[in-house]
Every structure is written in structure tokens, then in C-alpha cells.
Write a protein that binds this ligand. Structure first.
Ligand SMILES: [Zn+2]
Length: 557
């Protein structure tokens, strides 16, 4: 970032970068117009101001690279404003540059880094071209952008205050309100409550109609797997509402950036009818040590697990105590695991005898329930290869009925869910055999289900103190991440390879029964989908919402 060599003494560095030592540039005749350099610096700050006065007063709009500072940390708002700059606009001129603002170029979805220095300190967006610059003080990239390119209106990405540069005065105009909303959409409790009702359409700047909450998301390179997860979580009402209403300014970036992305997804006053997850993805890539990046596809179930755990910790949740953040309150349940070791011994007649060994029982918390598919049948001929195997979800869930045993490393293991089940159940249909996702074998079995009224009671250990016996526990599907293997030519394997395509299907609130509206999103592509067709795709991660009471309307906690 900095151009100064690390071993350069500080005094030398200040001198070298101070305007007094500005080297003449033969290729830039405009430099000749500048006033003579001020006397050698006594105080580098004061000297900086003097030089800046000169630059501002010449106002020639030419390059000033020779005086470009190497870092921004030592300047900004606290310093006295140089005499050539204004605190207040000249009377009647406060709106002078506002018609140069180009809203079509603004979305503020990209990581807030100065496009010149890559610094994230004091970043302003140019409202004319949409680029980010550090600044706004003298010698800053924003200041120079104003001089060089003639773009004059800037918004501070933190404070959302708008300034005219290079003059440096703040513009307070109601006509800027829409921009501040796009930078950082805010919702009132009333507005959030209305999100689960049928959404009114909105129009973006280009006049394109969209439904807030059901918008596309940029795939920057290979982040469709995270897009699908973000879309699914943005439709889990209690999590969404929390992310929209709480103040996360003292929380880690992961929460702040997820919160703002969720608010942008639901923004009814957006300039564009899609959002970009770029800013969140940068943080995810950093926090996960590049396990999850936007340049390489990964498994959405792995990512979801990582993301929920890290959100939980970022929200102050405990590593050991259960239900210490809203993430766990919404998704965490516990499962009873009984295991019995399988031992066999030859008896006197040399026959193998199985012995009854002690049953060990333990309970374990979960946020994602893993579902195993029956092995895909081996097909004999090409005609049979076209048959896609199917299995009902209720059959797959029998893993948790406490009766069906699975063999696991010389143990017979039975699982049963415990009361109370969480308000939202996440299920992961395990389709890929090895954890090495890239080389893994896919099981194409279709899991069939009805998105309405899944009764989970057969998979829960009875406990009349918490839940009446024989009463159903009804869940409705709210989000479904699907997998599709798309055949692509691959010369490296001399034939066809399979590309994984991840989509999110999410339910729009407000509709009952057959009125229910479902949406399917694959990156920027958004369309309505018939609820009856949801289970024709390879379900991969499903999110189910518990109904408050057996038959009543599903309601978020
Ligand atoms: Zn600009």
C-alpha cells in the first residue's frame, strides 16, 4: 500500500513526501502553473496545508501525483480547514453539483476500500462515478479525484454525510436521502413486521420491477454456493428481523456485513434490482482462511455450518454453553445417540456368536441434521440409467426414529431427536460421498416431500412434560438449496465433466396453502416456481419452520 520503503528514516520520508521537495516533472507542463513551493517545513502538517492551498487555488484539474500522500492516517476531519476550503457552501450554491450525481452507477455493494491506496480508513464514494476514495482532506485520493476528474460530490461510507470536494463543505439536502438509504437501508419495527406479508412490487432506477426480498445476487466468480446460503438465511424471519433491527456497530465485520446485505436484499428503494455479496464474501474469505472464497466453489452445507458457527461467535455466543446467541436459539436442538459395540466371538461349536454389550447413551447438540440417502442402485444398462431413484423425506428421516440402527465403526448407532425441537430445522441431504468435495461421488436420488405440514413427531423421543403424546409437530419448508449437475465439456478428462449449480428456493410470506408463492434464485436469475415442483430437484439443504401450534399459521418466534 505504502510506497515508502520500510527502512527509510521517518524524517527523510516526511521530507521526501512533503510538497517542498516536489520534483519538477518535465512531462507535466501544468506543474509550471503552480505557485512556487513554500519554504522548507518546520511542521509537516502545517506545510501540507500550505501546499494544499496552492493546489486548491490553482484549480487546474491536472495531475498532482508528485504530492500524492502515501497514507491517509495522519489527516482528516480533525485538522483545521485550510483557508481555501469552505466549511459552508456559498449561499445559494449548496445544490450546485447535485445534478452531477449519477445514481445508475451507485450500488455500494463492493468492499469499501480506497481505489488508490486500498486503505479502508475514511472511505468516501464518489457519487458521480461510484468509485471509492480515501479522503476528504487535502492530499487525499478523494480530494485529488475531485481536482483531476472534476467529480465533486462524495459520501462518507461510515457517517453517510455528503461533501463537495475539493471545497470540503457538507451538503445537507433532502434530495440525497435516497442515496443514504441505498448505502445503508434502515428498517423500522413496523416495516420489518410487514415483510412476511405479501410484498408490494418496487421499481429500480431503470424502471425494472422487482419484489423486495426476492432479488438476484451477483456471482462474482464461483460464489453461487454462498449466494444460495445467504438467500436461504435471509428468509428465516427471526434471524432476518434481528439482522435488520439490531445495532451491530460494535460487532465484528462478519455480522455487520451480513446485516447490511440482508437489509439490501429487502430494500424497496434500491437503485438496482439485484445485490452483490462482494463485501461479505471478502470477510468470509478472510475469516475462513480462504476455505470459502468467491473464486472457488465449495459445498454449501459445509459453508452454512461454518457461517452459523462464526455468526454465533461474532454475536457473543459461547463456545460451550448451548443457546447463547440468536443463531442457536433459532436452529439448535439436541439428539440422543445410543451406541452399542458389535462384538463377535466363536463359541464351542465354532459358530460366530454376537454378544449383547452395554448400550451407551449420550446427547449431542446439532444445528444441522444430516440425512443419508439409500445407496443409488447400480444400473445394468443405458435404459435404466435414465431412471432417477426417489425416496420420500419421511423415509430418510427414519434415521432419527430411535429404531433404525446404523453401523458405524463397529458400533450399532441409533439416533432420536429430543424435545423441544428448534423453531427452525436445517436438514442436509448428504449426496456427496467423500469430504473431498471435488472428487466426490454424487448420489442423484431425488428426495420427495410436501413443502407443507411435515410432521416431525415420529423422530422425537416422547416427553409428555414438554409435548403431549401423539400430537404432531408440524413444520413447513421455508427455504431449499438445490443441487444440479450440469454436464460440461472438459478436455482435461477427455470428455464430459459435471459442473455443480446451486440454487435457492425460498417461500414468500403471506400466502396460505395453494396461495403460497415460491421463488427460485440462481445468482442473478430470479423467477417464481410452483410449490409442487420443489421436490423435483436434488434437495441439498432444507430449512423448515415450526408452526406455533399444530394447525395454525406458521409464525416466527
Ligand atoms: Zn468519480
Amino acid at each position: 500500500m505504502t510506497k515508502r520503503p520500510a527502512d527509510e528514516p521517518l524524517e527523510a520520508a516526511i521530507a521526501a513526501h512533503s510538497p517542498a521537495s516536489k520534483r519538477p516533472r518535465v512531462d507535466d507542463a501544468a506543474d509550471q502553473d503552480l505557485p512556487p513551493p513554500p519554504p522548507p517545513p518546520q511542521d509537516p502538517v502545517a506545510n501540507g496545508r500550505a501546499a494544499q492551498n496552492g493546489a486548491a487555488s490553482t484549480h487546474n484539474g491536472t495531475g498532482e501525483d508528485a504530492t500524492r500522500p502515501d497514507d491517509l492516517d495522519d489527516e482528516d476531519l480533525d485538522q483545521p480547514v485550510p483557508s481555501a476550503r469552505q466549511r459552508e457552501p456559498t449561499k445559494g450554491y449548496s445544490d450546485l453539483y447535485l445534478d452531477t450525481i449519477n445514481r445508475a452507477r451507485l450500488d455500494f455493494d463492493f468492499e469499501k476500500l480506497c481505489s488508490v491506496t486500498l486503505s479502508n480508513i475514511n472511505v468516501y464514494a464518489c457519487l458521480v462515478c461510484g468509485k471509492y476514495f480515501g479522503g476528504r482532506g487535502h492530499k487525499t485520493p478523494a480530494y485529488f479525484h475531485a481536482l483531476e476528474v472534476g467529480h465533486h460530490v462524495y459520501i462518507n461510507m461510515e457517517t453517510k454525510k455528503v461533501y463537495v470536494l475539493p471545497e470540503g463543505y457538507e451538503v445537507k439536502s433532502d434530495s440525497l436521502k435516497d442515496i443514504k438509504i441505498v448505502v445503508d437501508p434502515k428498517f423500522t419495527l413496523e416495516e420489518v413486521k410487514a415483510l412476511d406479508k405479501h410484498q408490494q412490487p418496487a421499481w429500480d432506477l431503470l424502471g425494472k420491477k422487482y419484489i423486495p426480498g426476492f432479488v438476484g445476487m451477483n456471482n462474482i466468480k464461483a460464489n453461487d454456493y454462498t449466494n444460495a446460503v445467504v438467500q436461504a438465511l435471509a428468509h428465516v424471519s427471526p434471524l432476518r428481523n434481528f439482522l435488520m433491527l439490531e445495532d451491530f456497530s460494535s460487532r465484528p465485520q462478519l455480522v455487520q456485513r451480513f446485516s447490511i446485505l440482508v437489509r439490501k436484499i429487502w430494500n424497496s428503494r434500491a437503485f438496482k434490482s439485484h445485490v452483490s455479496p462482494h463485501e461479505l464474501m471478502q470477510e468470509i474469505s478472510l475469516r475462513s482462511n480462504k476455505r470459502f472464497t468467491l473464486t472457488e466453489q465449495a459445498d454449501p452445507a459445509d459453508f452454512l455450518s461454518w457461517f452459523l458457527n462464526n455468526l454465533h461467535l461474532a454475536l457473543g455466543g459461547s463456545k460451550t454453553k448451548p443457546k447463547t446467541s440468536i443463531v442457536q436459539t433459532i436452529f439448535q436442538g439436541s439428539v440422543k445417540i445410543e451406541s452399542q459395540s458389535i462384538t463377535a466371538r466363536a463359541d464351542a461349536g465354532d459358530r460366530l456368536r454376537f454378544e449383547d454389550t452395554e448400550i451407551k447413551s449420550q446427547t449431542s447438540p446439532y444445528m444441522i441434521l444430516t440425512l443419508d440417502l439409500p445407496p443409488a442402485p447400480l444400473f445394468q444398462d443405458d435404459a435404466e440409467k435414465n431412471i432417477i431413484p426417489q425416496v420420500p423425506l419421511t423415509t430418510v428421516l427414519n434415521k432419527y426414529n430411535g429404531i433404525t440402527a446404523q453401523e458405524k465403526m463397529n458400533n450399532r448407532v441409533r439416533y432420536r431427536l429430543l424435545h423441544p425441537l428448534p423453531p427452525y430445522l436445517i436438514m442436509h441431504v448428504k449426496r456427496f460421498e467423500s469430504n473431498k468435495f471435488l472428487q466426490s461421488q454424487r448420489n442423484p436420488t431425488i428426495v420427495t416431500f410436501n413443502p407443507r405440514a411435515l410432521d416431525m413427531s415420529p423422530y422425537v423421543e416422547p416427553n409428555p412434560k414438554i409435548h403431549p403424546l401423539h400430537e404432531p409437530i408440524i413444520y413447513d419448508l421455508v427455504a431449499n438449496i438445490t443441487h444440479e449437475g450440469v454436464k460440461v465439456r472438459d478436455d482435461s478428462v477427455e470428455g464430459e465433466a459435471e459442473r455443480k449449480v446451486w440454487r435457492a428456493q425460498v417461500k414468500e410470506g403471506g400466502g396460505e396453502g395453494s396461495q403460497q408463492q415460491w421463488w427460485e434464485m440462481q445468482d442473478l436469475y430470479v423467477d417464481k416456481v410452483n410449490a409442487d415442483l420443489l421436490s423435483t430437484k436434488e434437495a441439498y439443504v432444507m430449512v423448515w419452520e415450526r408452526r406455533r401450534n399444530g394447525k395454525g399459521k406458521a409464525k416466527a418466534a
